[in-house]
Design a binder for this molecule. Sequence first.
Ligand code: NAI
Length: 263
Amino acid sequence: MQMEIFNLDGRTALVTGGGRGIGRAMAVGLAEAGADIVLLLVAFDSPNNRDLSQTETKEQIEKLGRKCFTYACNLELKDSVSRVIQEVLSSHEIHILLNAAGIQRRLSAENYDQETYEEVMQVNLGAAFTLCREIGKYWIKNGIKGSLINTASLASFQGGVRMSGYAVSKGGIAMLTKALSNEWATHGIRVNAIAPGYIATDMNVDTRTSPDKTYYKSITDRIPMGRWGDPEEFKGIVVFLASKASSYITGEIITVDGGWLAR
Ligand code: NAI
């Protein structure tokens, strides 16, 4: 039985990164709680984004009896982001923004070239900033008390190794979340972030399947719960943050990490 405070009937969520992994599970979770979903999907073939056909999320959402709309958007391209926001807002009333898209590029700091740094910063932080600003502006103008949810990381708290650009972007997501919360709380807009620990997705398939298990084992051994997380384990937190269940929570970065950060 669905508890009323978690109910998202009549709400519509705009979601990035919903094509697979954590973003897909969260989009489906929001739909399970009653929300309709607008997905911003990328359809390009770069070596680290292996998902060219992202129809599965839409199918899962529609099976639940919810509506799902898809728009093409490459978050790497600033014009693509600005254009799609206007397109979406001209056809949908949005109540929830979930920024889940992200990319990881593993390079030593001295070899982290400018192009890669800028790509990571734009997809992980720049596009999220633009989406937050435009949706926040629209909510203020229309008196909508929306819930904005960003996706942070353990790298929002710890610098990591061989991921300097990623750590800068995710540190930025934490501060973006707090800064927007400070400015928009008076409008009834809540801004929070979810910080995943080590979650088994395409993003880290190389680490998990490498024949040399040393690195994988060192991580797994450090997780107090002794295992990597599953994308399905993000449904609860995202529904909580999107719904009335968290009506007095804003400016928070909530870790979902099997205890990693406490250790
Ligand atoms: P994933 O690689 O499976 O999914 C990332 C999604 O972002 C994909 O749907 C992809 O199409 C989308 N995306 C990437 N570049 C894009 C672009 N240029 N334009 C539009 N969409 C684009 O990754 P995963 O693991 O599901 O990650 C989801 C979020 O969680 C990311 O923000 C990631 O940084 C974060 N995260 C993941 C962790 C993990 O262990 N998997 C740990 C900490 C944070």
